[in-house]
Design a protein around this ligand. Structure first.
Ligand SMILES: *Cc1c(COP(=O)(O)O)cnc(C)c1O
Length: 430
């Protein structure tokens, strides 16, 4: 598959090149040249397919021929070595748990898939690739874990000091080997800006091959479309009119769901559920897109003021506001309302949701008020114990720590503090 830049000023390129570059030379995001729907028989037969078989069929067109089929099968199987259960809360609301991977957030799948693709492309390459990534919390851990020990790849993670949870910080600062963490005196947007500036810096790009492992990278973004198929497999017999409520920050996950829909998956509607970082909620109301500085919330992985994947969503709907609106609703919720929802979910369904999942639950409730016959699946994007402070403040029950979390708790943090772009540059050049 070839990819074009959404800025339309760079040449089209292969999957391999798109993964290694991350962003096109004109700074546009890459988008596949074509999307061929899967045959109807694929969806009719989905009960008989394993998760790996579903994923293999769904992603094949986007990565071939650069990744041969036998290699792709292995990559997919290794990537998906944990479960993706749907838990039904009531007749109209279910949750899809995406936190059973090694760092207990949904980003594990994209990070593991991308790491294996890059490892494959790089196996005979003597030039090292540096993966530079900004994180609002969960990307850092997932990328650190996914890329640990991958030959020829160095990883540098920038995270905002004091603005990620303790567990998130441990996950991205304690692995060592080819993983380095930079603790930035600033907010997530500062980290993201530094990363973007590095990609534009000729001094850096002429001396090293930089790539990104944020959802702007097609190999991080596209595998997320699997989730929607896995949920469909579990629910389609009992429910029609399946809609998804996706807790959204950079909008990579919801955009991947839309790609699943383009492949023919019968999804009726999407809900982008936001915290108070609500650029898209406002856009759907006013048709005016006004990015703004992010504000800090309890669902910190969604504290994004200028969602980078929104441009891909615009591309899917051919920049047609009406067709976008027909397929996507968006709601925004305050921290106070989110905490109330966490308690409500616990009291009514004996289920502990993390703050991001709770925002997704609220999106379901808002949508169902107008569309009472739908079945809404909210994505539970992280395990509640990743946000232990908030969860234990709200839920009157001590939380047991899963082994993935326990394993990092006692480890010692190693991070370099930086405050300016020059600091980052010096670090990379040393
Ligand atoms: C990254 C993340 C999100 C937001 O996903 P996007 O693809 O950036 O919209 C939501 N919840 C959690 C827990 C995350 O880590």
């Amino acid at each position: 598959m070839n990819y074009y830049s959404l800025n339309h000023k760079a040449p089209n390129t292969s999957f391999k090149d798109a993964v290694i570059k991350g962003l096109a030379p004109d700074k546009g995001l890459y988008f596949p040249e074509s999307i061929t729907p899967l045959p109807k028989s694929f969806f009719d037969n989905i009960d008989n397919l394993s998760y790996s078989e579903i994923a293999f069929q769904a992603i094949k067109q986007f990565v071939s021929p650069e990744i041969p089929e036998d290699i792709l099968k292995t990559i997919v199987e290794e990537t998906l070595s944990f479960d993706f259960p749907v838990i039904q809360l009531n007749d109209h609301i279910s949750t899809l748990e995406l936190f059973h991977g090694p760092t207990m957030a949904f980003k594990d799948v994209g990070a593991r898939f991308m790491a294996r693709c890059l490892g494959y492309f790089n196996q005979n390459n003597t030039n090292e690739v540096t993966v530079l990534v900004a994180t609002s919390g969960d990307t850092g851990g997932a990328v650190a874990n996914g890329f640990l020990g991958v030959k020829g790849v160095n990883v540098v993670i920038l995270y905002p000091s004091g603005k990620v949870s303790d567990i998130q910080e441990k996950q991205l600062t304690t692995l060592g080997q080819n993983i380095k963490a930079l603790e930035v005196d600033g907010v997530f947007d500062d980290c993201q800006d530094m990363v973007k500036r590095a990609f534009l810096d000729d001094t850096l790009t002429s001396t090293m091959q930089l790539t990104s492992a944020n959802s702007i990278n097609v190999a991080r973004w596209l595998p997320q479309l699997f989730y929607f198929m896995f949920a469909y497999k579990q629910l389609h017999k009992t429910h029609k009119d399946i809609v998804f409520s996706v807790p959204s920050g950079n909008f990579g996950n919801v955009c991947a769901g839309m790609m699943a829909q383009q492949l023919g998956l019968p999804i009726k509607h999407f809900i982008a559920s936001n915290n108070e970082n609500n650029v898209v909620t406002n856009y759907l109301k006013t048709e005016e897109y006004n990015p703004k500085a992010s504000v800090q919330t309890i669902s910190n992985a969604m504290d994004v003021g200028n969602p980078s994947n929104f441009i891909r969503i615009q591309e899917i709907y051919k920049n047609n506001f009406e067709s976008l609106k027909n397929n996507l609703s968006s709601f925004s919720f305050s921290d106070a309302v989110t905490k109330e929802a966490m308690l409500e979910i616990y009291n009514n369904y004996n289920y502990v949701a993390d703050p991001h999942g709770a925002v997704g639950y609220l999106g379901c409730k808002s949508y169902l008020q107008e569309n009472p016959n739908a079945h809404c699946v909210f994505l539970e994007t992280a395990h509640p114990t990743k946000f232990l402070d908030v969860v234990e403040e709200v839920i009157p029950q001590k939380q047991a720590l899963p082994e993935q979390i326990q394993a990092v708790m006692g480890k010692t943090k190693e991070a370099n503090k930086i405050s300016t772009y020059e600091d980052l540059k010096n670090f990379l050049l040393q």
